[in-house]
Design a protein. Structure first.
Length: 342
C-alpha cells in the first residue's frame, strides 16, 4: 500500500514538474499582420447590402484569423449620427459593419485619417464605442488631442506592444487646438515626446501613419525624414496608409518602414488601386522576425488572393521602389519573405 501511494505521488510530481517546465519554456511571440485602407461605404456598402457582410473579405479570413493581432486603417466613421461635412468625398458605414472587420480577424483599427471626421464628433464617438463594444481596439482619434495621442497598449503572449496612430504630412496643419476632437494631429515634437515617455515600459512600439501623396509610387522625401526620426526615437515598425497605391519597403537601423500598403478593401477602379498586400511578422524578444508579405487584389468590391501572375507583377513593383533596390523577396508558396542583399 505504501509503495502504491509513493508511486502515485511520484507520478503526480513528474506531471506537475513537466507542466511547470512547459509553462516557463513557452516562447514569447506575437503573430502580427497589417492591411491597407478599408472603406465600408459607397460601392462596398452596396455589395454588403446585396451579398452580406461576409462577402467583401470572404476567403481572406484564412490569412488573418490565425494571427494574434491584425491592424487596418478604417476610412470613415461607423455611425448613423452626425452631419456631413462640406467636402468632395465623405464616407461612413452602417454601425453593424463592425462585423465585417471582426469576422475577418481585424482587431486593431487606426482612425487617424482624413475621413474619420466626415460626419463630425458624434459619429467619431459612435465609431469608437462601436469598435470597443465588439472587442476591437480603436486608436489614433478621440474627443481631444490628448485622447487621440494615447496608444493602445496590449499585453500578449508575454510581450507588451503599444500602437500609436498619427495623421501626418502633408495632411497635418501647422497648429491644432488641443481641445479639438478628431484624428491625432499633434506636432512632431509632441508625438516623439509621447514615444519617449512609453519606450521603457513596452517591448515594441508600432506606429500607423496616414501620410503621403495619393497615387504616388514613391514616398515624399519629407516622409522618409519623419520615418527615420521616429525610428531614431524608439519606434520598431511603421505602417503607412493613404496613397491608395502600394509603395516601397525600407529597412532603417534594423527596423521596417512600410510606406503604403495600398487599398485593402475599396471600390476604386484603377489597376494600381486594386493591388494590395498584407505585411506579416512575428514580434519576439529578439525583435521583429520572419517578415513576409502576401499579394492580394480587389475585384468587384471583394478582396481575394492575387493570381500567381499578378502576384509576381506586384512583387516586381515593390522590389523596384524598395530601399533603392537592395530589398528582395524569396517566395515560399504564396508568401514572399523579405530579404536583403548582403
Amino acid at each position: 500500500m505504501v509503495y502504491r501511494k509513493f508511486t502515485i505521488f511520484l507520478f503526480i510530481f513528474i506531471i506537475i514538474n513537466q507542466l511547470s517546465l512547459t509553462a516557463f519554456s513557452v516562447e514569447k511571440a506575437v503573430r502580427f499582420s497589417a492591411v491597407g485602407d478599408i472603406l465600408l461605404d459607397r460601392g462596398i456598402r452596396m455589395i454588403i447590402e446585396k451579398k452580406g457582410q461576409d462577402y467583401p473579405l470572404k476567403g481572406i479570413d484564412l490569412y488573418l484569423l490565425n494571427r494574434d493581432l491584425v491592424l487596418g486603417n478604417l476610412e470613415g466613421p461607423l455611425s448613423e449620427r452626425g452631419e456631413a461635412l462640406k467636402k468632395k468625398f465623405i464616407f461612413r458605414g452602417n454601425p453593424s459593419y463592425v462585423a465585417v472587420l471582426e469576422k475577418a480577424g481585424i482587431n486593431l483599427v487606426s482612425l487617424a485619417n482624413n475621413h474619420i471626421m466626415d460626419y463630425g464628433n458624434l459619429a467619431l464617438i459612435d465609431t469608437i464605442d462601436n469598435l470597443k463594444n465588439a472587442g476591437l481596439y480603436p486608436f489614433g482619434a478621440g474627443e481631444n488631442q490628448e485622447e487621440a495621442l494615447k496608444p493602445v497598449i496590449i499585453y500578449k503572449n508575454g510581450l507588451t506592444l503599444s500602437f500609436f496612430a498619427f495623421l501626418g504630412y502633408p495632411l497635418q496643419i501647422e497648429k491644432v487646438d488641443p481641445k479639438s476632437s478628431g484624428p491625432c494631429q499633434v506636432g512632431l515634437d509632441e508625438f516623439i515626446s509621447a514615444l519617449q515617455d512609453i519606450r521603457d515600459q513596452v517591448d515594441f512600439i508600432i506606429v500607423s501613419l496616414h501620410w503621403g501623396l495619393e497615387y504616388e509610387s514613391l514616398p515624399h522625401p519629407h516622409q522618409v525624414e519623419i520615418a527615420h526620426q521616429l525610428i531614431d526615437n524608439g519606434v520598431d515598425l511603421i505602417i503607412g496608409h493613404h496613397p491608395h497605391v502600394i509603395q516601397g519597403i525600407e529597412k532603417y537601423r534594423g527596423k521596417y518602414i512600410l510606406y503604403s500598403l495600398g487599398n485593402f478593401l475599396f471600390d476604386q477602379h484603377g489597376d494600381r488601386e486594386k493591388e494590395s498586400f498584407i505585411f506579416n511578422c512575428d514580434f519576439k524578444e529578439e525583435g521583429v522576425l520572419f517578415p513576409y508579405i502576401i499579394m492580394f487584389e480587389i475585384s468587384k468590391c471583394q478582396t481575394k488572393p492575387a493570381s500567381e501572375e499578378k502576384a509576381e507583377k506586384i512583387i516586381a513593383k515593390i522590389h523596384l521602389v524598395s530601399d533603392q533596390g537592395i530589398m528582395f523577396f524569396q517566395e515560399n508558396d504564396d508568401k514572399y519573405y523579405i530579404k536583403e542583399i548582403e
